[in-house]
Design a protein around this ligand. Structure first.
Ligand code: MGD
Ligand code: MGD
Ligand code: SF4
Ligand code: MO
Length: 745
């Protein structure tokens, strides 16, 4: 069995990456690559609590530190329900983030030297002074609303606080329009609330789990992977709908290799079967839902035979899987997924998923979707935020009425001057997001950045986005800092502490310090009534019946629930919708001018010689952020393009050959990508893992390795309801010769 120790040994020996990769893929759902706490330590280590920042699952962990201040390893905290004491390969490899020699080391300021732009190193004093002066200037010239923040992860709450104190409400994160936004809006319209993060999926006790695209196992959301593996051991039926035989599909009783972009048709026919074959949960629907008769009439003609012609899935298979769900109900989960920005009708697809869960009675039942109970962290006393004169909502002009967070692309668009009109947004702070890799429509992004009067980037690494900044601020890694308390609503709510395990390397600083310094220079001292962030944490923890001292010892504190995670006999639950009931028919969507019930729309298909570009995750990497992490590069140095052997035959493409990808708009990938020939993908699609193909020399390990999906996503299918950027309507063909050389010839 592989253990965490084997994992380190493997990387240290530098074994062939493909061998390791295949092993990992096989091992993942058997959890054998998770770290464990076994093994004999000879060296005295002390352990410091943290939570992982390698992805947004935020597993609580211990950093084990040697006497001379080196981080020896990171392990999971046993008391954390998000990880149960075991980290995923990325979490274990998180120490590579700290050790990466390519890290940003000092603040940098853009200067022109001999007619050429370059960066020069600056002191914090100078860099912060420069930014504060510029922000004060923008405030006077255009108002504080002219500043926007793009954020993700640990630094986000610190910078949000600064920006609200400064007076702007233009705060955007790729986790909305590029990720879970459509899902959340769809569930809110149906159940009155979102499924949260970590999702409220009670996978541990489920009898049937339906995955629509969600590729748990490659999508390494730790607790979910563990619970899915447990559910499989307990005999749960897994049904996976994916054009690709994902790791999850390979563990499933039923794999439905759907024609991409047709999922809504499948779901409408499942709804049809549940209703017309009398398989739905009548009592639940009568008690909790409204709009059933309308739904019944709506799906009347959506038979499995109808869906077959669209999805290529046999009617028998559609009926059998609907029956499997009904047999397991209410301990059944139609997984809401997470990255929902697919085809631009993503809120409608999420609504269909929500409706299926409602018909089966899974919300509020064991093995379905449990009821969350959160913990509110009290706000440390500060002055009242000023009210912005306008926010991103005023930029919508009637578009995206259901957007309840700022869509990144809207803020980007609003930073570009229109004909004869000044742009509304003039300055950006970008903290913890590599917009170049995460947001599609690069042309628009470049134009916006070119128009700005100030662009500040706060990152740990010299990622592509840093190359566009006026000032780059180096944040220290999560292992070197305090951050906000992690408060999660799980079956059992928990608090988790992140504190510095070691001193920050070089001149790097934590976000709490950077924002406090900027705040004070901007005259916002009344928002920073403390010297050190530990005072804030201690004050907050004491309000919650703990203390910093206690949390330093235990890392994670479970807070007993006040209510049951499941419906209790004899009581009727009130949903958070306006009517208190589940909306099978959505009046909210109707009022906003959209279909009140999900409708299937045909999406463009590849032209001859082109294949749909689909993308996803690999267990050893997170987006673009780990592509230079030495520990994880050792496990997977580049991505490959999955091509079916049938297609490769037509093109004369061989296994392991490198090809360039060219999309429908003539965009050619910057670098070539290795071919993986596999029956595990439909002939009409190709698949790549997102996050590779970096083009930035300071990233010594990542630069030039693999292909970047984002640069090939030039056609974006906007979700008209909330501004999500559907990214799966792009098609590629293969170039077997170096297009650069061809151009020269
Ligand atoms: N290791 C690792 N894990 C991660 C992350 C990471 O970077 N690395 N990121 C995390 C984050 S923030 C997110 S949002 C999640 C995303 O993870 P998920 O929400 O699970 O992923 P999706 O991007 O929705 O789905 C990817 C899958 O959809 C399939 N697919 C493509 N087109 C279609 C289609 O038309 N229909 C269907 N049914 N399937 C299709 C692909 O083959 C692939 O298997 O992963 C999380 N987990
Ligand atoms: N083409 C394509 N685009 C996608 C996706 C996709 O699958 N394909 N997935 C989408 C999804 S689901 C999501 S959630 C988003 C994710 O989008 P992002 O969060 O932008 O993802 P990353 O590319 O990991 O960029 C994270 C950045 O934060 C930096 N960073 C890491 N740790 C820290 C820290 O502690 N402090 C600071 N200041 N910076 C830090 C990293 O170096 C990196 O530059 O991308 C979306 N965009
Ligand atoms: S799932 Fe893995 S990378 Fe994500 S927080 Fe947990 S250990 Fe870290
Ligand atoms: Mo995401």
């Amino acid at each position: 069995m592989n253990t965490r120790r084997d994992f380190i040994k493997i990387s240290a020996l530098g074994l062939g990456a493909t061998a390791v990769t295949a092993g990992v893929a096989k091992a993942v759902l058997g959890s054998s690559l998770f770290g464990d706490e076994s093994g004999n330590e000879t060296e005295a280590l002390h352990r410091v609590p943290t939570y992982c920042e390698v992805c947004f699952w935020k597993c609580a962990a211990w950093a084990h530190v040697t006497k001379d201040g080196n981080i020896k390893k990171i392990t999971g905290n046993d008391d954390d329900p998000q990880c149960n004491g075991r980290l995923c390969p990325r979490g274990t490899g998180g120490v590579g983030m700290y050790n990466d020699p390519d890290r940003l080391k000092t603040p940098l300021i853009r200067v022109t030297k001999d007619g050429k732009q370059t960066y020069r190193e600056a002191s914090w004093e100078e860099a912060l002074g420069f930014i504060a002066a510029k922000m004060s200037d923008l405030k006077v010239k255009y108002g504080p609303e002219s500043m926007a923040l793009f954020m993700h992860g640990g630094p986000a709450p610190h910078f949000s606080h600064l920006m609200k104190a400064y007076g702007t409400g233009n705060l955007a994160a790729p986790s909305f329009a590029q990720c879970r936004g459509a899902r959340d809006v769809g569930f809110e319209a149906t159940f009155g609330e979102s499924v949260s993060s970590p999702e409220v999926t009670d996978i541990r006790d489920t009898r049937c789990l339906v995955l629509i695209g969600s590729h748990i196992g490659e999508n390494m959301h730790n607790g979910q992977v563990q619970e899915m593996s447990q559910a499989i051991d307990n005999g749960a039926v897994i049904i996976t709908v994916d054009p690709r035989l994902s790791t999850a599909a390979s563990k499933s009783k039923f794999w439905l290799p759907i024609k991409p972009s047709t999922d809504i048709a499948l779901m409408l026919s499942w709804i049809h079967v549940l209703i017309y074959d009398d398989l739905y949960n009548k009592e639940y629907v009568e008690t909790y839902a409204e709009g059933f008769e309308e739904l019944k009439a709506h799906v009347k003609s959506f038979t499995p035979e109808w869906a077959y012609g669209i999805t290529t899935l046999k009617p028998d298979l559609i009926r059998t899987t609907a029956r499997e769900m009904a047999n397991a109900a209410p301990s059944v989960i139609i997984h809401p997924g997470r990255h929902a920005a697919w085809y631009g009708d993503d809120v409608q697809r999420s609504r269909a998923i929500a409706i299926l869960n409602a018909l089966l009675g899974s919300w509020g039942n064991r093995g379905g979707l449990f009821l969350k109970e959160g913990i509110k962290i009290p706000e440390f006393p500060h002055a009242e935020y000023p009210k912005p004169a306008w926010t991103w909502k005023d930029l919508l002009n009637g578009k995206y009425p259901l957007a309840n967070e700022a869509p990144t692309n809207l803020v980007i668009e609003s930073s570009i001057p229109a004909e004869g009109k000044e742009a509304m947004i003039k300055g950006w702070i970008v903290a913890g997001t590599n917009l170049i890799a995460s947001v599609p429509m690069k042309e628009q992004l470049l134009k916006a950045m070119d128009s700005l009067e100030l662009l500040v980037v706060v990152d740990t690494m010299p990622m592509e986005i840093t190359g566009f900044a006026d000032v780059v601020l180096p944040e220290c890694t999560y292992l070197e800092r305090y951050d906000d308390i992690r408060a999660t609503a799980h079956r059992e709510p928990t608090l988790a502490l992140r504190m510095p395990a070691v001193e920050p390397k070089n001149q790097t600083k934590p976000a709490w310090w950077i924002t406090k310094q900027l705040g004070e220079r901007l005259g916002l001292g009344a928002f920073y009534n403390y010297k050190d962030f530990s005072e804030v944490l201690d004050w907050q923890l004491k309000q919650l019946g703990s203390s910093l001292e206690e949390m330093k010892q235990i890392g994670v504190k479970k807070i007993p629930r006040k209510s049951s995670p499941y419906f209790e006999a004899g009581t009727i639950h009130t949903f958070k919708t306006t009517s208190g009931k589940i909306q099978l028919y959505s009046h909210e969507m109707e009022t906003a001018g959209f279909d009140p019930m999900p409708v299937f729309t045909r999406h463009p298909e590849p032209q001859e010689g082109f294949y749909r570009l689909i993308y996803g995750r690999a267990p050893m990497h997170t987006f673009s952020r780990t592509a230079n992490n030495p520990n994880l590069v050792a496990l997977m140095p580049e991505n490959s393009v999955w091509i079916s052997p049938q297609v490769a035959g037509i093109w004369g493409i061989k296994k392991d050959q490198y090809v360039w990808l060219k999309n429908q708009d003539g965009v050619v990938s910057k670098f070539p990508v290795k071919v993986r020939l596999t029956e595990r993908i439909r002939w009409d699609s190709v698949y790549i893992v997102h996050g590779f193909g970096h083009h930035h020399e300071p990233l010594h390990l990542a630069n030039g390795r693999g292909v970047n999906d984002t640069e090939l996503i030039t056609n974006v299918m906007m979700d008209p309801t909330m501004g999500g950027t559907g990214m799966r309507g792009n098609f590629v063909t293969f170039l077997t010769k170096d297009p650069g050389k061809e151009a020269e010839a």
